[in-house]
Design a protein around this ligand. Structure first.
Ligand code: ZN
Length: 113
């Protein structure tokens, strides 16, 4: 359910930005979502359709860029893609990992008219 709050703050952000530049319509919103953030793109789309009604973002196209999770091993310092539920370094077997990507959640850019 946290997608509702996320979508609302995302929409507020882009509407504020569009207003700042004097845009008449928001055409496209590029979102970056890390796969570990737990945010489901379909849910965001659903709430967006609902929340954007009557705003200048009503017809905006949502573009989702899903970022795969990567981690760095604190033991051997190697960077690798993290497999789900596997918190072990594939190089040295240590399980002290630092998440590098995968928790992202932000608006990368918007297209306005
Ligand atoms: Zn390692």
């Amino acid at each position: 359910m946290h997608e509702f709050a996320i979508t609302k703050s995302m929409l507020d952000l882009v509407l504020g930005e569009a207003e700042r530049v004097g845009a008449k319509e928001i055409r496209k919103i590029d979102l970056v979502i890390g796969k570990m953030s737990g945010v489901v793109d379909d849910c965001v789309q659903f709430y967006f359709d609902f929340l954007s009604k009557g705003t200048i973002a009503e017809r905006a196209f949502l573009s989702f860029k899903m970022v795969p999770p990567t981690a760095r091993c604190r033991n051997c310092d190697k960077l690798f893609e993290l497999e789900e539920f596997n918190w072990t370094c594939p190089h040295c077997g240590a399980n002290s990992l630092e998440i590098v990507t995968g928790n992202e959640l932000f608006v990368e850019s918007i297209e306005v008219e």
